[in-house]
Design a protein around this ligand. Sequence first.
Ligand code: BV8
Length: 259
Amino acid sequence: MQRVLPDGVAERIATAGRVVVFTGAGISAESGVPTFRDALTGLWSRFDAYELATPEAFEADPALVWGWYEWRRAAVRKAEPNAGHVAAAALQALVPGTVVVTQNVDDLHERAGSKDPVHLHGSLFAPRCVAGHPFDAPSGDDDVPDDLGPVPPPRCTACGALVRPGVVWFGEALPRAAFTAAVEAASSCDVLLSIGTSGVVYPAAELPVVATRSGATVIQVNPDETPLDDICDVNLRGTAARLLPALYAEVKEVTAGGR
Ligand code: BV8
């Protein structure tokens, strides 16, 4: 397999006490899950994801926003983890102190075998009512039509309040435990891999900066330039599903004493 890492970097990862695998929408792109900056498709194409993912939008039109999340849930259910997710899970198994920290609300890291990924922005599969009661969404909604439109959200079985997606909307605080764990991991890691994120959404985008300020080696995997390029020690230009397996193979070779 063609080498992708500059000299010494595979050794740095293989011998690291702690590694953070920080991911964004790009790692799920090759699974067919549209990234946040990809224009929305179908009936959603006339909406802006940054506007729909807000408490204001849900307040104004709960059925529109709930319908959008039902559509995304169905798309993720139909998707499969790709070689990028699989390599991240394999790296976690190979290098014990590895933590996966994701901005993604899909469950593809878990389905690829990653242990306890930290979801900074919540999950599509943890709805709760606006009063905070968890809501047990009926599973098996795989037959959701592609042109699914607005769907009135269900009511909480405990208090009757509206049920909302268990995600963090713009203007909302991140779950304290998740963000604290992520900052703690980034400030004490030896290596942080930033995979498929544009680095524009805060406070998540601060994590690579926290890592580099703490002396960690920061490696970016992205086919395009991002605002993180300047703080990264290594910028690997390419897709997650192509580059992460190659990166993993090189680290494995080192741990197997092959280099
Ligand atoms: C808050 C869940 C305050 C919902 C999401 C500082 C400066 C400026 C603005 C702010 C700031 N601090 C706060 C803000 C405001 C705001 C913000 O950051 N705005 C941005 C847009 C300017 N932040 C917030 O509102 C946060 N909350 O600040 O609250 C507060 C504090 C205390 C008390 C009360 C309130 C909340 C932010 C979280 C919002 N929720 N998601 C949902 O999913 O519906 S964010 C959502 O968008 C994703 O989770 C993700 O984080 C982000 C999208 O970014 P990426 O994942 O990077 O994806 P993107 O599409 O942008 O890029 C994809 C990348 O992959 C590209 O680079 C592409 O080249 C690459 N790629 C493509 N294909 C591949 C690939 N890479 C590899 N392989 C491939 N195949």
